[in-house]
Design a binder for this molecule. Structure first.
Ligand SMILES: [Zn+2]
Length: 162
């Protein structure tokens, strides 16, 4: 096991899982049109763990020394659980300051409220105090009502890991 946070390359059919890994703060490559051979190359060059449902792909990747996680089933808690047990992850939490952009995997960082005036719906601007922005695609984030649901999601995985 390496000490630094693992990074992932997620197969085309697992877009929801890729978004969840980003929200949980993991650097996750995802492209809905990626070919198997290209995914393996990305895993090899960038030392990313390949996450897929395709058993043949895991065999191809492991042949060239790329670590993989074979996902079974469609339940998202179960899927992250499978990643966590294979890679050795625990204590999941949604921490906006360490989340990755769900759209492009960019790093997000806090931004002064005044600077996003007019860029988010008015009601959101009034209710929220803290905002973050993606350094790459400039998408703006805030901890809305979905945030609690995400925390519950992280907690469900933690419970499953106990
Ligand atoms: Zn982004």
């Amino acid at each position: 096991m390496t000490a630094h946070k693992p990074t992932f390359a997620v197969d085309a059919m697992l877009g929801n899982l890729a978004r969840k890994l980003r929200l949980l703060g993991y650097d996750t490559r995802y492209d809905s049109k990626v070919e198997d051979a290209e995914l393996i190359k990305i895993g090899e060059k960038q030392r990313r763990i390949i996450v897929t449902k395709d058993e043949a792909l895991t065999r191809g990747a492991e042949k060239v020394g790329v670590q993989t996680v074979l996902i079974r089933g469609n339940d998202e808690v179960e899927q992250i659980y499978q990643v966590a047990t294979k890679v050795g992850l625990s204590n999941f939490t949604i921490d906006t300051s360490s989340s990755r952009c769900v759209v492009c995997n960019g790093k997000i960082s806090p931004i002064e409220k005044i600077r996003i005036l007019g860029k988010v719906p008015e009601g959101i601007y009034e209710r929220q105090e803290k905002f973050w922005v993606c350094s790459d695609c400039k998408k703006i984030y805030w901890e809305g009502t979905h945030f609690e649901k995400l925390q519950e999601f992280a907690e469900k995985i933690n419970q499953r890991l106990k």
